[in-house]
Design a protein around this ligand. Sequence first.
Ligand SMILES: C[S@@+](CC[C@H](N)C(=O)[O-])C[C@H]1O[C@@H](n2cnc3c(N)ncnc32)[C@H](O)[C@@H]1O
Length: 348
Amino acid sequence: MSDSLGMASELAGQALRTGWYFALNRVVDWRTLRLGMARRYKPSRPVPSLQELLADQARLLLDDALAVRDRLCPPMEGPSAPLLHLERVGRMLADLPEALTRRASADATTARAEAAAAAVPPYYAQDFHFQTGGYLSERSASLYDVQVETLFMGAAAPMRRAALRAVCRHMRGRDQRRMTLLDVACGTGRFLRQARLALPALGLKGIDLSRAYLQEARRHLAGLRSAELIEAAAERMPLGDASIDIVTSIFLYHELPPEVRRQVTAEIARVLKPGGLFVFLDSLQIGDRPGWDGLLEGFPVRFHEPFYRHYVIDDLEGMFTQAGLAAKSTSTPFLSKLIVRCKRHGAC
Ligand SMILES: C[S@@+](CC[C@H](N)C(=O)[O-])C[C@H]1O[C@@H](n2cnc3c(N)ncnc32)[C@H](O)[C@@H]1O
């Protein structure tokens, strides 16, 4: 396939995918309204129009298609297992009244009832996003991806691919077979799968505190060259000093208490080899796009995100510098912030 054809088919596929999740996003809003459980909240800061959001999302998809054209990354996979996907969409919609009822009473405690809760830190045993079972149940692990993509109108995967591009750029001219990437808080393995498809010989590891999510990641990575999945806390990683070439962390930091963010950063700096790459992707912060700050203000009103209000004003760049991670680049793909750093070593 010619480069332009590849780019066009990537754009077409992504546009269809976006349309599907946009429709699901509207269905969820409509059901929430019908149930009389919409949350009225007027942010004090400005919010973007839907048009503005969609235009920026289109730019995200275009950047991805250009990377495919330039052979930096392979195209994003098309849909697989459509029946399983539809079954999960059905279960997400069926779960909605329960989650909204808990939201109405500010109850984020179902995770505490899970058997796994005894073995995790208390800050973690809560129903993030009001997900039933928090991160600790199989039901939550099976619904997470469709819930997140519905919330982001299909942009979660393309935002992760912005992190993937940073990794692929770093790998140009390097020998994959001798290198290892660690995805901290790998969740259901969506990023690891993309990384495996782009870099088939790279050593891959993922760490997450949720056994149920790691199980889902195993399912998701089945059939590909294996990745090592480790059940552990990011603030105490069972990995040697200077043992990893690339660390990625996607949508984790906004869910950590401020002091744990610093512990995790110190751990990342510890396990990275000198000159190793750190690729961080998470929510925008206040001031990154001043016209969008109202969205960040409204997010923790709609979803249980106990540490988000601090996250959006935290000094991430200062924290990374203090841990010995030197700045390479910072950008804001759509609703996310992508920070690329490297462990200080000579001119890195
Ligand atoms: C919002 S999800 C993001 C998952 C994945 N990175 C993605 O791109 O979808 C947050 C993930 O962080 C994990 N997590 C939260 N706190 C953690 C910690 N202290 N140590 C390890 N994993 C943690 C959760 O189990 C969950 O899988």
